[in-house]
Design a protein around this ligand. Structure first.
Ligand SMILES: [Zn+2]
Ligand SMILES: [Zn+2]
Length: 376
């Protein structure tokens, strides 16, 4: 395939154009996800084929392909779902893969279509071949999961700390780690000596449990169950079958919606002031971008920022902000979350004091603000 054609197989529009395009759409969109561990060959060629086919159906979202399978989080016009289903089923490697429909998926979840060829579907930090990844746990329906929970099995949340903070199963073990690899090690450590006891795993859509259950079994756990289809499908089954909902709060999702509400319970507190809240947001100071739980009142007070020092920058005229950021390292776009609210509150207290004393938290700003600034 020529370089010129490859060039067309990706998004070339700016975010404003993407947003405008989405707003011009008349019909409804549906958000859905699916994954399958399956041996794929010629991943780059497949990636280009899928991009062409799916773009034609106005699919937006984030898709990962690897030699070990596919993981897709997408939105598409409801009117195209049937044709999309057929496209997917026409490929033997993806035939019949279950779609998990988002619980409140009508809001704009994605702006563009990205399909990436990667080495692995889930960045697990594990060495290939270290254990048998096909020796997974028992896949459980929502009702079976509830039954085993009621019978006393240990429930383990396989997601990162910033995901489980705003919603989780009642009584679940919540790893403190902010990466999958760390969570795996932590779970094995915390459940040491309980290898013979029943363990239940869950995650957002089920994909991380495929690896996690095999990892636990490799470490001697003999009775491992996993929630099939994850929290997303649990919520659907609960509704459809009138089951008892044991998941409290909101389900963190990796798209523009940030989270979907599964129950009315609020299980977390504002990381800045401590009131009950499960509103999550990224610090709006773009060189920071930290993810935090922040109540409405604090969002107003801190100008949608994580701290007084970020607020101070964020309040400056655009041109000054631009000059200040020049040459500074900005945080990567990977999700970075605040994991220690006490530390954050301490930092806020110290910054408020310094601010009252000096009038600024960034003394180096005076050199920027005192000279004329040309528009960027
Ligand atoms: Zn607050
Ligand atoms: Zn910040």
């Amino acid at each position: 395939m020529s370089a010129a054609r490859d060039h067309n197989l990706r998004n070339l529009l700016a975010p404003e154009q993407l947003r405008a395009r989405l707003e011009r759409e008349s019909g409804e969109r549906i958000t859905l996800s699916f994954y399958r561990y399956v041996l794929l060959h010629e991943v780059v060629a497949l990636r280009n084929e899928l991009y062409t086919e799916w773009e034609a159906l106005s699919v937006l979202g984030r898709v990962y392909l690897a030699g070990e399978g596919i993981n897709a989080q997408i939105s598409l016009p409801t009117s195209n779902v049937e044709r999309f289903r057929k496209l997917v089923d026409d490929r033997p490697e993806f035939r019949g893969v279950p779609f998990k429909i988002a619980v409140d998926g009508t809001a704009a979840s994605f702006l563009k279509l990205t399909i990436k060829a990667k080495k692995k579907l889930v960045a697990d930090g594990l060495t290939d071949g270290a254990f048998d990844v096909t020796n997974v746990g028992e896949h459980l329906t929502a009702s079976a999961f509830n039954d085993r929970m009621a019978a006393g099995a240990t429930v383990v949340d396989m997601r990162n700390n910033y995901e489980s903070v705003i919603g989780h199963f009642e009584g679940a073990l919540l790893p403190k780690a902010d990466k999958f690899h760390g969570a795996l090690k932590e779970v094995v450590e915390r459940l040491a000596g309980q290898q013979a006891e029943p363990v239940l795993l869950y995650c957002t859509g089920g994909i991380r449990c495929e690896k996690a259950s095999a990892y636990l079994k490799h470490h001697g756990f003999s009775n491992v169950g996993q929630l099939h289809g994850g929290i997303i499908d649990y919520a659907h089954q609960v509704k459809r079958e009138g089951l008892d909902n044991r998941f409290k709060g909101r389900n963190f999702v990796f798209d523009g919606r940030m989270a979907e509400r599964i129950s009315e319970d609020v299980v977390s507190t504002c990381m800045q002031c401590g009131v009950v809240s499960d509103r999550i947001a990224n610090c709006l100071e773009e060189s920071c971008n930290l993810l935090l739980v922040q109540c409405e009142a604090c969002a107003t007070k801190y100008n949608d920022c994580c701290s007084p020092s970020c607020r101070e920058i964020h309040q400056l005229p655009g041109a000054v902000q631009h000059a200040w950021r020049k040459g500074r390292v900005t945080r990567s776009t990977l999700t970075k979350a605040i994991s220690d609210p006490d530390e954050l509150r301490q930092r806020i207290r110290e910054e408020e004091e310094l601010l009252a004393l000096n009038g600024t938290l960034h003394p180096e700003l005076t050199s920027i603000t005192s000279r004329p600034i040309s528009a960027p």
